[in-house]
Design a binder for this molecule. Structure first.
Ligand SMILES: NC(=O)c1ccc[n+]([C@@H]2O[C@H](COP(=O)([O-])OP(=O)(O)OC[C@H]3O[C@@H](n4cnc5c(N)ncnc54)[C@H](OP(=O)(O)O)[C@@H]3O)[C@@H](O)[C@H]2O)c1
Length: 328
């Protein structure tokens, strides 16, 4: 039987999600890769247990995570049932709908039909009565934003999610969606955009909107899918995301220019007494508006490494200037 580490809340830091009462760990764990049926269940289970033992209370999913789609939710459902049934109230579980999930016109997008039926399916796979946060995964030009936001509102009122959020909305789209949800008094507390040293689009307006609206920001792929770690300093390991089957990171992306930047950034990390992954996480968390960074992992040791970022989150002016020079 799994018994969680008694000291799990001693080191992790927690930040309020915008102006809401909900706090999230500064590092959350995402189940996009390495938690589906194609990977080893025992490894997935060990990673979830270790994360929780280290104070990571938040696990992020979506309907389509796997592969196959839905299997990450099924596996987490099994792990929750086996190991975490007495810890449900210490966990924040999120899911999403928006990308392709099932055949036909109702299996993707932003319609009320899709969002509500997809969450019903997710709850079955997870074996839960409710998720803590449910997101519209991606804006849908073919659906009026009012319809998607009213669906999120209905989901909360039906008791299927405690809070809602939006993901991948740009600054203008986010402002409009948040405006509708505020009018409805729906507890929309969070936006989930991508953000890392290699992908800085949210600095150009979105962070400001979230600050003004008092919403939290949880950033995904803060390690640029593993590029901002020690994984690719010396070639492409076979057991890495780029070396494997994932269609989201390919070998061409690991070119000479990228590797040169990674090596220079790694030197700054070494000078700071951190791993490159830890520095990349500290760097996204330097914004007070960023509530949490969702990391992925393929093994327990990566989670153990990443959480140590909390020991050194601040940067000197000089370090920030050196980093800017490399990222130019
Ligand atoms: N809302 C959205 O549209 C959206 C889109 C994408 C992701 N997300 C969320 O964000 C989560 C994270 O995305 P991501 O997996 O791309 O994040 P990431 O943290 O940028 O990359 C994770 C990968 O980095 C490597 N890694 C992690 N920690 C490491 C460490 N300490 N040292 C060395 N390597 C390390 C591992 O690569 P290897 O596998 O090569 O070992 C791991 O799979 C997802 O699971 C999902 O929950 C959301």
């Amino acid at each position: 039987m799994y018994l969680a580490n008694e000291k799990r809340y001693e080191t992790m830091q927690y930040r309020h999600c915008g102006k809401s009462g909900l706090k999230l760990p500064v590092l959350s764990l995402g189940l996009w890769h390495n938690f589906g049926h194609v990977t080893l269940y025992d490894n997935a289970r060990e990673m979830i247990r270790k994360a929780f033992d280290l104070g990571i209370t938040h696990f992020d999913l979506a309907n389509n995570y796997g592969p196959p789609a839905g299997s990450a939710e099924e596996n987490l459902g099994k792990i929750l049932k086996n190991d975490f049934s007495s810890y449900r109230d210490e966990l924040i579980i999120s899911s999403k709908a928006g990308f392709d999930m099932w055949e036909g016109p109702y299996g993707r997008g932003g319609s009320r039909k899709y969002l509500i039926s997809s969450l019903d399916q997710s709850l079955k796979r997870l074996g839960l009565d409710y998720v803590d946060i449910f997101y519209h995964h991606v804006p849908d030009e073919d659906t009026p934003v009012e319809e998607s936001m009213l669906a999120l509102d209905a989901i909360v009122r039906q008791g299927k999610a405690l809070y809602v959020g939006i993901s991948n909305y740009n600054a203008v789209q986010a402002k409009e969606a948040i405006g509708i949800l505020n009018e409805l008094k729906t507890p929309c507390i969070i936006h989930q955009p991508s953000y890392s040293m290699f992908n800085r689009w949210i600095e150009d307006g979105l962070l400001k909107v979230l600050e003004e609206e008092g919403k939290g920001c949880i950033v995904y792929s803060p390690l640029s899918q593993g590029l901002l770690t020690n994984r690719y300093l010396n070639g492409i390991p076979k057991d890495s995301r780029a070396g494997g089957q994932s269609v989201f990171l390919n070998q061409e992306q690991i070119n000479e220019e990228v590797v040169s930047k990674i090596r220079q950034l790694n030197q700054i990390a070494v000078d700071r007494g951190q791993s490159l992954a830890q520095m990349a996480l500290s760097w996204v968390l330097r914004h007070s508006q960023v509530t949490s960074a969702i990391v992925g992992a393929s093994r327990v040791s990566q989670i153990e490494d990443s959480v140590k970022a909390v020991h050194h989150l601040n940067f000197s002016e000089d370090e920030l200037i050196r980093i800017e020079e490399i990222l130019k």
